[in-house]
Design a protein around this ligand. Structure first.
Ligand code: BGC
Length: 789
């Protein structure tokens, strides 16, 4: 070969290898999420990228530990900076973001609170032309009181549409914790004292929200039943109470709705932070319940990032840069394995793949707030409960034209509670506004007096609060002078008194001033009632509250009491719908109103010991929570679980069981007939009393429920309920088994837990072992538990 030929050949060779290299480089581009498998994406991730994905995009500095004290305990714990999340990366005011890794095609996801509406900032810097208000839906206690998963799902659908149209991927809701004690400041966000109602309602909300292609985060997993010292209090609970109450609510919701994510809670459970409990998050949640999504911490929850990742708590929120370093160090020093890291990363990537951010959804920032307000109003009317209605005071008689509206909350009606569950809504229709829109005449002078009183007092409270560096307390009830009350009794046709109560994240409710009506409030109710009754006029009390209150000392002064809860932005309209009779009240209590606070089974053990700063709280009442306690221990409540009146009357009859012997499953049918004179809906509740041969059991437990459609006078509907072996089973701690005992059972169908209309007996001939669970979550101390009677 001549020289020039050699050179040409060499050149050709060089060109060839350059091309081959280029081709190789082209065939091996960096894997991209969605185009490559998750396995390939993870294989291409650096350690830093993995850890970055596992830690939220928050920027707060590392909290300092108190000198010389034990970390992770209340005495050594320094709470991280503000926990009600806020971020400005993509959606102003959302609670947090995950980190993006653009090199691998991984976008950031936006996480925003609930549970009563999307929580974002209504205004944005540099954008004066547009507002970003969200619909305030009714709070959890009201939604549960509908006893109608279809209504709750409709709320979820509208809610999820706002999540999506505001550019959010995951809604931090619903909250499903059990109402263990009425003083819990966050009970308004939660549903019930009963795990079946709580689980079914949460499933309905999740199904509705997620039908939009966005995710949810069911919270707070688990046993986060108080706000006092929530970041370190240790809930000491028996395995049975956990399985039958505090985990069952989550289990029902998760298996019936597949939420994209679960949020672990702040508290410790039987000695360890929930976020750090492998047995809770991996053994129970993933292995037993087959949960497929990812788990995130509550904001600043847990203590050790490394323990959290080892437990299977995938995402650490809101996240701090030093937590990424912690995780990297842990992998380098073998306290966190690459396998676990990869599994946790995979859990998150699986969800990112489904997210609107990944799909580059072109959100509008313009959800149909008008249509959603209608959904909110309708749901609100379905969950309000008529507690008292002497001599058919309600619906308001046709000859009533003018109404004297008393109470701060008649003019400053409370849509929902405070904290991360608060919603930035465009408006709240007050009770007075609702009444006047429904064509009742209200007194403008009374309105002006209340308005200036509340505004002035609020301003004063803020001045002191700023000086003393705390949040302002509640505005005390305005006292109307006796002449004015007499004048109203003379001229108005009816008195309406709205009692308002609010609470929220960070603290529990005060027994003397929040749970109980103040002496001023009680006196004022009496004065108004005496004046109006003297003129032969009626007094209606509307309860605009988020949780149970004390009803002693004033209840008898009212002719009718409507429990309106905190009904969202359409409050006044929905209340007027019920008061006027446009809608028949069909809500029922999903939480008991005890006769007195001391009757509450957890009263002695709330919020825990030592009293000034609880380290631990013993769930001594065990499974005897709510009606499970009142019915078993024969304690008469003020208003029982499942209670609620209507303007019409229903007959529940014709209970039939598919068989008197339980074989695999059992079906019960029942007929509901509206025998009154207006259209309405009835809730039928199915309770079961089980034999107590092997272990103690509550006197009865709710096992199924159903709400009729709107029945016209004279119309009937059959409802069918299916009972499976699992529904009848109790958790036997000694064997870690769910067992349905052999023996005789009583099925009771009623309009409340104490208004049983039909019963039927059936028997289980042989003991059924329904499920064997892992023997986990054991208390570290012996609990002297209630054992039934
Ligand atoms: C609350 C959570 C909430 C989170 C983000 C926490 O303080 O406990 O319920 O989702 O903040 O705002």
């Amino acid at each position: 070969m001549r020289l020039h030929e050699k050179l040409a050949a060499g050149f050709a060779l060089a060109m060839l290898s350059a091309t081959t290299l280029a081709v190789n480089a082209q065939t091996k581009p960096v894997p991209q999420l969605g185009k490559n498998s998750i396995k390939e994406v993870i294989a291409a991730m650096t350690l830093q990228e993995k850890c970055t994905l596992l830690v939220g995009a928050g920027k707060a500095p590392r909290p300092k530990q108190a000198a010389g004290l034990k970390a992770g305990m209340s005495n050594g714990y320094v709470a991280p900076p503000p926990m009600i999340g806020k971020t400005e990366v993509k959606v102003d005011g959302a609670a947090g973001n995950t980190n993006a890794i653009p090199r691998l095609g991984i976008p950031a996801m936006v996480l925003s609170d609930g549970p009563a509406g999307v929580r974002i900032s209504p205004h944005r810097k540099g954008d004066s032309t547009h507002t970003y208000y969200a619909t305030a839906f009714p709070v959890g206690t009201l939604l549960a009181s509908t006893w109608d998963p279809k209504v709750v799902e409709s709320v979820g659908r509208a809610f999820g549409n706002e999540v999506k149209e505001y550019g959010i991927d995951i809604l931090l809701a619903p909250g499903v914790n059990i109402h263990r004690n009425p003083l819990n400041g966050r009970n308004f966000e939660y549903y019930s004292e009963d795990p079946l109602i709580a689980g079914k309602m949460a499933a309905a909300l999740i199904n509705g929200v997620q039908s939009n292609g966005v995710g949810t985060s069911i919270k707070h997993f688990a046993a986060n039943n108080q706000e006092t010292d929530r970041n370190f209090v240790n809930s000491q609970i028996s395995q049975r109470a956990l399985r039958e109450l505090y985990l069952k609510n989550f289990r029902i919701a998760i298996t019936e709705s597949n939420p994209w994510t679960v949020m672990s809670s702040y508290n410790r459970l039987n000695g360890a932070y929930t976020a750090e409990r492998h047995d809770l998050i991996t053994t129970v949640l993933r292995d037993e319940w087959k949960f497929k999504g990812f788990v995130m911490t509550d904001w600043g929850g847990g203590y050790s990032d490394v323990a959290e990742e080892n437990a299977g708590n995938d995402l650490i929120m809101p996240g701090r840069p030093d937590q990424i370093e912690d995780l990297m160090n842990a992998v380098q020093h073998d306290s966190l394995s690459m396998n676990i890291l990869d599994e946790n990363v995979a859990h998150i990537l699986n969800i990112i793949l489904k997210s609107p951010s990944f799909k580059k959804y072109a959100y509008s920032n313009k959800p149909d707030l008008k249509a959603h307000a209608e959904v909110s109003r309708k749901a609100a009317t379905e969950g309000m409960i008529l507690l008292k209605n002497d001599a058919q005071t309600l619906p308001i008689a046709k000859n009533v034209k003018s109404i004297a509206a008393f109470g701060n909350a008649s003019y400053f009606t409370i849509a929902g509670g405070t904290g991360s569950g608060d919603v930035n809504k465009a408006y709240v229709i007050s009770v007075a506004q609702g009444l006047s829109k429904a064509s009742y005449i209200t007194d403008p002078v009374l309105e002006a007096t209340y308005t200036s009183f509340v505004k002035d007092t609020t301003a004063k409270l803020w001045v002191t609060a700023r000086k003393e560096h705390h949040w302002p307390g509640p505005v005390p009830e305005m006292m109307v002078n006796e002449d004015k009350i007499a004048d109203e009794a003379e001229h108005a046709d009816l008195a309406l008194i709205t009692i308002g109560r609010n609470a929220g994240e960070g603290s529990d409710r005060d027994l003397a001033t929040n749970y109980t009506l103040t002496p001023n409030e009680q006196q004022q109710i009496k004065k108004i009632a005496d004046s109006f009754h003297a003129k032969g006029k009626k007094v209606v009390i509307v309860l605009n509250i988020g949780g149970v209150i004390d009803m002693n000392g004033w209840k008898d002064n009212a002719d009718a009491i409507l429990l309106a809860w905190q009904p969202g932005e359409e409050a006044g309209n929905a209340i007027a719908d019920i008061l006027s009779g446009k809608v028949d009240p069909s809500g029922k209590l999903a939480t008991t109103f005890p006769a007195k606070y001391e009757d509450v089974p957890s009263a002695k053990n709330f919020p825990g010991e030592p009293a000034n700063k609880p380290e631990h709280v013993v769930y001594q009442e065990g499974i005897y929570v709510g009606y499970r306690y009142y019915d078993t221990y024969k304690v008469k409540p003020m208003y029982e679980f499942g209670y609620g009146l209507s303007y019409t009357h229903f007959i529940i009859s014709n209970l039939k069981l598919s068989s008197p012997v339980f074989i695999g499953a059992l079906t019960a049918t029942i007929t509901v007939k509206n025998t009154g004179s207006v259209a309405g809906k009835e809730v039928v509740q199915v309770y079961i009393s089980a034999p107590t041969k092997t272990i103690d059991k509550p006197a009865q437990e709710l096992k199924a429920f159903g709400k009729t459609r709107l029945l016209q006078p004279g119309e009937s509907q059959n409802l069918t309920f299916k009972i499976n072996a699992a529904d009848l089973a109790s958790f036997h701690t000694d064997k870690s088994e769910w067992i349905t005992d052999a023996g005789n059972y009583i099925l009771k169908a009623g309009a409340s837990s104490r208004d049983i209309r039909q019963t039927a007996n059936f028997s289980v001939s042989k003991t059924i072992m329904v499920e064997k669970d892992h023997n986990v979550l054991k208390p570290e101390v012996a609990i002297d538990e209630y054992k039934g009677k």
